[in-house]
Design a binder for this molecule. Sequence first.
Ligand code: AKG
Ligand code: FE2
Length: 318
Amino acid sequence: MGSDQTQRHQLAVVDLTDESMKPGSEAWVSACGVVRRALEEDGCFIALYDKVSPVLCDSVLSALDELFDLPVETKKQLTSNKPFHSYFGVSWLPLYESVAIDNVLSNDGCQKFAHIMWPQGNDRFCEIMTEYGKLTEGLDRLAKRMVFDSYGVDKDRCDSFLESNDYLLRFLKYRKPEKDESDLGLHAHSDLTLLSILHQLNFGGLEVKPKGKDYWIEVDASPSSFVIMAGDALKMWSNGRVHSCEHRVVMKKTERPRYCVGFFSFNGKTMEVPEELVDDHNPLRYKPFDNYDYLRFCDTSKIKDPAKVRLATFCGVL
Ligand SMILES: O=C(O)CCC(=O)C(=O)O
Ligand SMILES: [Fe+2]
């Protein structure tokens, strides 16, 4: 449906490489407006961010080749008591496989992961992923600060919110489809996160569906462009203003596997809608909630419900 519409619908691009864009400056205020509109209408925007260098991207790519070459039995040893934090590979998504480092920025997050994958550990892998994680955290903080600013929620509240953010660094590999196999890499879904930052390392394939539309927009890959997407938790925090982005992956015709890195944020403390986002036109829609309770809630059959329904059943104000 509507390939013309798809071509006309461009996702917002926000250039965060501009060092002069400091909070409070004219450029910052205008960019915050773009971010807010994009998250409300499309659920995502493209951030241009050059702190993660092409050299680091290449190192991540080689590290991922090495990681995914390990036997499936080894990767399956990655388990977690948090839902959606373990190895993921299922027969109904034959092209897709992923593993993740929980608490990637903690002292032992990477080390614990590396010891599961390589019994002797892997210092080089940890160095690369720690550097990558820190730089991507910078982008996450910037994006959240822009969201808070755009809704008039002050810096101190943003800082204290960020203090209780947890980060999961997920590595995703998609093999090329065999002849007669579907090219669907990952089914349409929205994430349970606050923000999901997706970095398509070598090939595109990610598609997003803008709010209320019936077409998909392809997102190009480049080392310096990151897709910043709102998840269900940010939708609840924003009193339903932000759209929790629906997305999927359709594999391109490539010989090489596609690699993507997802930097997913959750909040470890009870979250509530800030008072700035509630008024007569926008009455309170969600009760205070716990992000990890929400993951546990979705871990059962609820994950199959449309995002709107599962959010309302989880903590909607009746
Ligand atoms: O591979 C991608 O581009 C998307 C991954 C994704 O949507 C996810 O892990 O939730
Ligand atoms: Fe996703």
